[in-house]
Design a protein. Sequence first.
Length: 260
Amino acid sequence: MSDDNDENIENGAGRRPWSSKADQPKGEKSSSFLRELAIIVGVVLLVSWVGQTFLFRQYVVPSQSMESTLIGGPAADGKPRTNDRIVIDKLSYRFGEPQPGDVVVFKAPTDSWNPDGPPRDGSTLRGKFVNLLSWFGYAPPNEYSLVKRVIATGGQTVECHNADGGFKVDGKLIHEPYINQAIQPPGHEPCYDREFDAITVPKGNVWVMGDNRSMSADSRYHTEDKYHGTVPLSDVRGKVRFIMWPFSRMGGVGAVNPQK
């Protein structure tokens, strides 16, 4: 009896119940590994897509326009440096709207912000591949992205005249402690080179400017476009929360309300 049972377990069932992967045929081990690898890759891509689509996304700061809050582009002496890599929060603006002082990433709302069009050709094989990577958050989106600070929101009026002391929101001068005066041109005027009469920000839009005011082509430079220099909330990608790289600058990015 026991001999028959032993024979049945080994040969009739095909494999001992305590057998390990090491006992599996080579081809079966390979296919099992590939299945597990495919599952792992699929889960990673799914988690990345969900996170990058609904929760967060990382960007590299491309220029000096937000210095010294955010660092990008070459230094003032022309020497190269490491651009800040930032993380934006995409969830906050699903339940609320940008507030004065928020640092935001947004898509160029009109051609005046980006006359050259998308940064890459999506019709080429390489462009399609990079766009696929972008969909999962492993490459920048195929759009011209900018980072600025919200100065005024829908319904507010903005204006700037040197004779009145500078930039005003709803008739009151704003306070901007985040502007590093040490990197501004000596003897600059309050409005720099951009005086303009009162503009009312449309509902559902924001007025944005760079902290490095003399190096920022922001809302002030686009007052003749269809949004009068403002940015629709539909083009705002998220609120900048964190500098993740370089290590020496790692930390949070706070909102400083210039209207207070």
